[in-house]
Design a protein around this ligand. Structure first.
Ligand code: CO
Ligand code: CO
Length: 330
């Protein structure tokens, strides 16, 4: 759903007053966190969507990596998952099996099993996981606690929304999707484990609301602002050229409109295509972390040791709102 509509709908619900709910719906965080004991809390999240690639096994793997990501974004460790799925009545059981196998294999890679689930009939296939994780209540990584001066780091390139939209209309072939598919099927586990020993003030993952939308949740939750250096934001090959040709999913255009309505300010040198990329709705995107400046290089090194390329893309500022500069001033 659109972030603004969702926020409005959630405001109409009764407030949560259970003291064991450490993270609920009030801060648009990645997952709910429920305290069981002083040293143990559950991380609860669910995510599912329609196929974004043709290959059913790959779709299952991407959906699972995407669902698991919210546990990593909270600083948690997944322990088990349930599948949530809808398939058309006429769909070949082998195809359904491939989706479920893709999800199961990805869950195994994360060290967990899918121990149940629920399926319904629907004209449009849908698949995802409800993942349960555990976290030390004192080590929960919220999205709303960034501090001015923090460096913002992003662990995957942007552009999966634009690329998958281009692939769907056959503007690009399968070869142009290789990097994006490798990225979407990559667990954010390594990116999360690389935070070890760093002073991390906030974390989230970049998904449907795009970098600007998830960053907005991060800064508004913290009563802070952010400055992004567009030239330092990693993007997939071909994505910028496709955006220049006007290829972008509806969600991406909505995200950009919302960013502008929320007061995001772009330097003139940041062209329309780059603005779309910064707002591009991602599937299984990277972690966006706000780290004390002194630890930014340490994180980049620790991430690289796990095969993750983390890019320093900007900073958290005192001044509310998001400013997008053309290039680095560091
Ligand atoms: Co998330
Ligand atoms: Co989600």
């Amino acid at each position: 759903m659109d972030a603004g509509v969702l926020a409005q709908v959630l405001r109409g619900l009764p407030p949560i007053d259970d003291p064991n709910v450490l993270v609920g719906t009030s801060t648009a965080d990645d997952a709910g966190v429920y305290k069981l004991r002083d040293d143990l809390a559950l991380v609860l999240t669910v995510d599912f969507f329609t196929p974004i690639v043709d290959d059913p096994y790959t779709f299952g793997a991407i959906a699972a990596a995407n669902s698991l990501s919210d546990v990593y974004a909270m600083g948690g460790r997944p322990i088990a998952a349930l599948a949530v799925a809808a398939f058309p009545e006429e769909m070949d059981p082998q195809t359904i099996g491939a989706v479920l196998r893709g999800g199961a294999d990805k869950a195994r890679e994360a060290g967990i099993n899918i121990i149940g689930g629920h399926t319904i009939k629907d004209d449009e296939p849908k698949y995802g996981l409800s993942v349960t994780g555990v976290v030390d209540p004192n080590a929960v990584l919220r999205n709303s606690t960034a501090q001015p001066g923090d460096v913002l780091l992003l662990t995957k390139p942007l552009g999966t929304g634009i690329l998958t939209t281009a692939r769907r209309s056959d503007r690009i072939g399968d070869d142009a999707m290789i990097d994006a598919i490798a990225s979407m099927t990559t667990l954010n586990r390594g990116a999360a484990e690389a935070l070890e020993g760093c002073t991390v003030h906030a974390a989230t993952d970049v998904t449907g609301f795009g970098l600007l939308g998830h960053l907005r949740e991060m800064v508004s939750g913290a009563g802070a602002g952010a400055e992004i250096h567009a030239a330092q934001v990693p993007i997939f090959n071909r994505a910028l050229e496709l955006a220049r040709d006007g290829v972008a999913p509806g969600g991406t255009k909505t995200n950009l409109r919302n960013a502008l309505a929320d007061g995001a300010r772009f330097d003139d040198g940041v062209d329309e295509a780059m603005r779309l990329l910064l707002a591009d709705a991602q599937t299984s995107g990277g972690l966006l972390v706000a780290i004390a400046a002194a630890d930014a290089d340490r994180y980049i090194t620790q991430a690289a040791a796990r095969g993750v390329r983390a890019a320093a893309i900007g900073t958290i500022t005192n001044e509310p709102g998001i400013r997008i500069r053309e290039s680095s001033t560091r």
